[in-house]
Design a binder for this molecule. Structure first.
Ligand code: 6PG
Length: 248
């Protein structure tokens, strides 16, 4: 799983990346008949997309009343902390949108510990899904956004850590982050992230070219292990995309 090197869709720059991601999301939304579930990512790469979503023409395309927002991971800090993934998405678009508050499902980082937060979030996800076991033919999410860290991590699944092997739990606590910011994390596991119609990686900037080169060469990085029961799409801007000679 996840062993096939990713096929990239390369776009000109971060603006085009955000546009392409917003179009993909809008396309999925247009095809959905029922409620729609999006799992958001942290980090800087999706920020331009988030800004786009609360502005026209995308704002009018989103059926806010039936769209639900979740997170693939968060840093274990309060939402007002600048390092909070849910806080960032709220400031960038959710708080400026007509999204009903009850459709915004942040990871409860006010819990007593990362494990307690993970347990509570898993219970929330199971309740939303309406079953305790994930059925491949009925995905939990419509769209899962993913990022790529310089070390190859995705969500808060870091190289060499035990959480990579988790096959039962949907959400786990991560006591030590493998990369800055070095705060404990709460993350969805590979099986939970995989339960989606669309997994969309967003990768942007020259700094990502090294890790993209390793990924395309088949390195066993967490992001390469991520799989989806639906489509897995890598949207990469030109600065992040390795030159052909880098890959060869
Ligand atoms: C987090 C993330 C993480 C992120 C990557 C890429 O909370 O840190 O969810 O997986 O997506 O580290 O981050 P950048 O987009 O900032 O490079």
């Amino acid at each position: 799983m996840g062993k096939k090197p990713p096929e990239l869709t390369v776009v000109a720059d971060p603006v085009a990346l955000a546009q392409a991601a917003a179009n993909r999301l809008a396309g999925r939304l247009a095809a959905a008949r029922d409620r729609f579930a999006v799992c958001l990512a942290g980090g800087s790469s999706p920020e331009a997309l988030y800004r786009l979503l609360s502005t026209e023409p995308f704002r009018s395309k989103i059926p806010w009343e039936r769209t639900h927002w979740f997170w693939g991971d968060d840093r274990f800090v309060r939402q007002r902390d600048p390092r909070s993934n849910s806080g960032a998405a709220r400031r960038l678009f959710l708080d400026r949108s007509p999204a009903p508050r009850e459709n915004i499902h942040a990871i409860p980082t006010d819990a007593g510990s990362v494990d307690e937060a993970a347990g509570r979030y898993e219970a929330l996800l199971r309740g939303f899904y309406g079953a305790d076991r994930l059925d491949d033919s009925r995905p939990l999410f419509d769209v899962v956004l993913m990022g790529l860290g310089d070390d190859g991590h995705t969500a808060s699944l870091f190289p060499g850590q035990a959480e990579l092997a988790e096959s039962e739990r949907w959400v786990v606590g991560v006591a030590e982050a493998g990369l800055a910011p070095f705060v404990p994390r709460v993350t969805l596991t590979f099986p939970a992230l995989a339960s989606t119609r669309d997994m969309l990686f967003l990768v942007s900037g020259r700094g990502k070219r090294g890790v993209m080169t390793r990924l395309l060469a088949g390195a066993d990085l967490p992001a390469a292990r991520a799989y989806a029961h639906g489509d897995r799409v890598w949207l990469v801007d030109r600065a992040a995309a390795p030159e052909r000679r880098d890959v060869a």
